[in-house]
Ligand binder design. Structure first.
Ligand SMILES: Nc1ncnc2c1ncn2[C@@H]1O[C@H](COP(=O)(O)OP(=O)(O)O)[C@@H](O)[C@H]1O
Ligand code: SF4
Ligand SMILES: [Mg+2]
Length: 336
């Protein structure tokens, strides 16, 4: 039998061989013939209180991974373990109804689109108080007080001006502050933020990123931060995992990956980020085309069609597995 690990040794989130396949085609009573490999054998670990960035273009499987981590969707196969309040690892698939409700209190997701994620018929007060009501916490007056304190923390001030407003009376940035307040009101242990600034005006993005950083420090929560923008990951994440068509292609410390990207896809993502200092500007690495839907992917490197460094081995062999490089870096590439 395994010894019970000491609290602190168990990571906050551990995903092992996660897969999510979506059937396509297939008529009534007939099995589907094809599958979208939205997430295909993904493993990662996030240590307690740290933040992992999932980085990649649209369609790479980031949101699907995030939803599995907060148990909004079930994996086709593989496992997610989280650290429970006693410091032990528990598998999300083993949680019964009550344990799932407890887990939902401790793991919250912030969505990309603050226009869609808020109920248009609910006031700011009702929206932010909702998780407290669902969990049966406090009297109305106690909940109102907690909501007001949370609103002040996320900068929705003067609080009284916003308390009874409806979403259509708020700007995009204010709506995202409401969504963040709702997600954080139960002081979650795990926060999954799915591109929370990508739909906002550039002018309010940095305010929201700063708010997320402040709240992270205040809560000491573990973050899974999803973004297609490497520059945002630089601020938010200790580690990053670069995803391409359902696979992690490179993973390691944010600092090291940004300084010295190894995988051709990571190099292309990073070279696309504008650098203010022209001396430091690297020549942009062009990758052909865009992200296709990974329907029944061929047994070859997923990046083959777009890779500037591809050779015959990349086409003739299965997708390369992640292997360790210097400094704890993991890279999936035959030629790097
Ligand atoms: N519910 C679904 N049904 C079918 N296909 C889906 C579903 N959700 C996501 N996909 C597909 O899975 C792939 C990954 O999607 P997603 O996780 O949303 O990527 P990202 O968040 O990186 O943009 C895409 O090809 C997408 O079209
Ligand atoms: S394995 Fe080949 S095709 Fe894939 S990223 Fe590496 S060089 Fe490019
Ligand atoms: Mg997404």
């Amino acid at each position: 039998m395994n010894a019970i690990p000491e609290p602190g040794q168990v990571p906050a989130v551990k995903a092992e061989h996660l897969r999510k396949l979506y059937p396509v085609g297939g008529a009534f009573l007939r099995a589907p013939r094809s599958f979208i490999h939205a997430v295909d054998d993904v493993s990662f670990t996030v240590e307690d209180g740290k933040s992992l960035g999932l980085v990649g273009e649209s369609g790479c499987g980031k949101t699907t991974t995030a939803k599995m981590v907060v148990k909004l969707i079930e994996p086709t196969s593989g496992e997610i373990q989280v650290r429970d309040s006693g410091g032990r690892a528990v598998s999300l698939s083993d949680l019964d109804g009550r344990a799932t409700k407890r887990f939902r209190r401790s793991a919250q997701m912030i969505y990309q689109d603050p226009y869609e994620s808020l109920n248009p018929r609910r006031t700011v007060l009702d929206t932010i108080a909702e998780p407290l009501v669902v969990q049966g916490m406090g009297t109305f007056a106690e909940r109102e007080e907690r909501v007001m304190s949370m609103m002040a923390q996320v900068g929705l001030t003067p609080v009284r001006n916003y308390l009874l407003r409806f979403p259509h009376e708020l700007s995009g940035g204010q709506r995202q502050r409401v969504a963040i307040a709702r997600a954080l009101i139960l002081a979650p242990k795990i926060v999954v933020a799915d591109e929370p600034t990508s739909m906002l005006d550039v002018s309010v993005r940095s305010n929201i990123i700063q708010l997320m950083l402040d709240m992270r420090d205040r809560l000491g929560a573990t973050y899974l931060y999803i973004t297609h923008d490497v520059a945002v990951a630089r601020y938010m994440c200790d580690q990053i995992a670069v995803m391409y068509l359902g696979k992690i292609v490179e993973m390691g410390s944010t600092e090291e990956i940004l300084r010295d990207p190894v995988h051709p896809y990571t190099q292309a993502l990073i070279s696309a980020v504008p650098v203010p200092d022209p001396e430091q500007r690297k020549s942009s690495i062009a990758v052909k085309g865009g992200v296709a839907r990974p329907i029944d992917p061929l047994p070859r490197c997923r990046f083959y069609d777009r890779c500037p460094a591809a050779t015959s081995v990349c086409e003739e062999s299965d997708h390369p597995s992640l292997s360790a490089r210097n400094g704890g870096r993991m890279v999936a590439c035959y030629n790097r």
